[in-house]
Design a protein around this ligand. Structure first.
Ligand code: GUN
Length: 282
């Protein structure tokens, strides 16, 4: 079975659009998401465009602020302070990665915790790891939603996450733990990675290496979630971290690239924006 993140996210977006349509009468306006893009990295431009398009589909107001790659850290922090103080702004997203001269951690920490739609603020990360109410990071949240929608049993099963980033690997491992999976986090320094990934009943791959996971690394019947967004060096086409053509026949359930995790990430960003909007009104 191939889980279509595209189909699932279309359904979720239709539900959100109906919810948001009632907001002007109820609250006087719709939620407002501000996305900051520094520089013109093509992948980042494409992600930010996708976020704006999806916001429009759901009726969420989206402002994308583009800044030059040589913006100073102080200028970026001043912009964030302004958005934090603006009562008409509900969500703030700074597209990552940032240019090397800017301290990413300092920028993330500067965002008002209640407007942190990415769930990257240190207080949101701490709350996640302490099982306290928090904004969940979008990609991990989308992955769990996809698994549940596909009827995948998580509790008690062996899950292997390949990759240990703050954005995906670590938080998705925590969410799988919270769903009572037995979780292993593997990474570039893992000895005999194939032996570890073959143990997985649920395999989540987020390493950013085109077609890195081959059929011999996957157990028969495994559930495979591919978070990668890469260019295939051979064809120039979009591909995941999993060699889909080779692995799909072995997997019981698999997510495609494109049309898998990506649309779910955007969907969860919209959900988080609505959550932040509503929380500010409580
Ligand atoms: N860059 C890659 N993924 C993400 C994400 O989920 N949020 C932000 N802000 N930047 C990213």
């Amino acid at each position: 079975m191939i889980i279509s993140g595209k189909e699932l996210s279309a359904k979720l977006k239709a539900d959100m659009a109906a919810e948001v349509a009632a907001f002007p009468a109820k609250y006087g306006r719709v939620p407002h998401l501000v996305v900051i893009l520094v520089g013109d990295d093509p992948a980042s431009v494409s992600y930010v465009t996708g976020k704006a398009k999806a916001s429009a589909e759901v009726g969420i107001r989206n402002t994308t602020i583009r800044q030059p790659a040589d913006i100073s850290e102080a200028e970026l922090l001043a912009l964030i302070a302004e958005l934090n103080a603006d009562p008409e702004v509900d969500g703030i997203l700074v597209q990552l990665p940032l240019p090397g001269h800017i301290d990413q951690a300092r920028v993330i920490a500067a965002i008002d915790r209640g407007k942190d739609v990415d769930g990257f603020h240190p207080l949101n990360v701490a709350a996640l790891w302490q099982k306290q109410p928090c904004t969940l990071p979008c990609t991990p949240k989308g992955i769990i939603a996809m698994l549940k929608a596909a009827g995948v049993e998580i509790a008690g099963r062996e899950a292997v996450v390949v990759g240990r980033s703050n954005i995906v690997g670590l938080p998705v491992a925590k969410l799988l733990l919270d769903e009572n999976a037995t979780v292993t986090v593997a990474h570039s320094r893992t000895r005999d990675l194939a032996e570890v990934t073959r143990r997985a009943e649920i395999l989540v791959v987020a390493i950013g290496k085109p077609k890195f996971i081959t059929a011999d690394m996957v157990a028969e019947g495994a559930v495979v979630v591919d978070v990668g967004v890469n260019r295939d060096p051979a064809t120039g086409k979009l591909c995941g971290d999993v060699d889909f053509a080779a692995v799909e026949p072995k997997a019981s359930v698999i997510t495609p690239v494109p049309g898998g995790v990506g649309p779910m990430t955007i969907c969860c960003l919209l959900e988080n924006t609505i959550e932040c909007f509503l929380r500010r009104r409580e």
